[in-house]
Design a binder for this molecule. Structure first.
Ligand code: DC
Length: 220
């Protein structure tokens, strides 16, 4: 039986994570944050001091990498060689390294099967940058969430008020450029994705909009 996959792509700070989690709850399915996998790669690159720009070193490192999602209390946890690394992958440094190293085709192909395998067993909401374009091009429900850069930076700043908002915005802009200008699987809306500008919408309003599209699609 084919499982129902909802894809949510978009830049950092567009509200993907909160919205995907709420949506998965409403749809009674799991939520998969694929950015966590790229962050896991970056975390291990940093911990093991890998020269990732050297293809030989990167290939050997990827061969030894053992990333997995396991079920946590109400979300998936990321493990690396069976150790839970979820608490360590959300720092600004890991964000930037994840964005840079995710441009490497070997990194993307190493993570592709993990994502596809999860979708084989269950319905899921997948959040990322290339869900609707590369990983699940046949998904029946695809959404692309975006918002103005200054609004996205403000949202991120509110999650970590100790940060410098100007740096948050600069880093976000740099990641937007890296993610959307890379050759491999760039951040772009799939031609058949529903685009939603979340700049002036509340979280419940976006979730509601998405649910309406899904319900309409299911009844057609
Ligand atoms: O969603 P996030 O901010 O946690 O993602 C961190 C980085 O990982 C992002 O800047 C680019 C990369 N990424 C990707 O290339 N493809 C995905 N599907 C998810 C994330």
């Amino acid at each position: 039986m084919k499982h129902q996959i909802v894809t949510i792509d978009g830049p950092a700070g567009a509200g993907k994570t909160t919205i995907s989690k709420l949506l998965a709850k409403k749809l009674r399915c799991i939520y998969v944050d694929t950015g966590a996998l790229y962050r896991g790669v970056a975390y291990e690159i940093k911990s093991q001091k890998i020269d990732w720009e050297n293809d030989v070193c990167l290939d050997a490192f990827l061969k030894s990498l053992d990333l997995n999602f396991i079920k946590g209390k109400d979300t998936l946890l990321l493990t690396s060689s069976k150790k839970d690394i979820t608490p360590y992958i959300r720092t600004p440094e890991i964000s930037m390294l994840a964005s840079a190293s995710s441009a490497k085709p070997q990194v993307r192909s190493a993570l592709l099967n993990i994502q596809k395998n999860i979708a084989q067993n269950q319905d899921a909401v997948f959040e990322g940058r290339d869900m609707g374009t590369v990983v699940f091009p046949d998904a029946p429900f695809k959404f692309f969430l975006f918002a103005d850069l200054s609004i996205r930076a403000k949202r991120r700043y509110e999650e970590m008020p100790e940060a410098d908002i100007k740096k948050v915005q600069r880093d976000m802009e740099k990641r937007d450029t890296n993610d959307s200008q890379r050759k491999e699987a760039p951040l772009v809306a799939a031609p058949d994705a529903i685009k939603i500008d979340s700049s002036c919408l509340t979280i419940p309003e976006v979730v509601e909009k998405i649910l309406i599209y899904i319900q309409k699609g299911r009844s057609e």
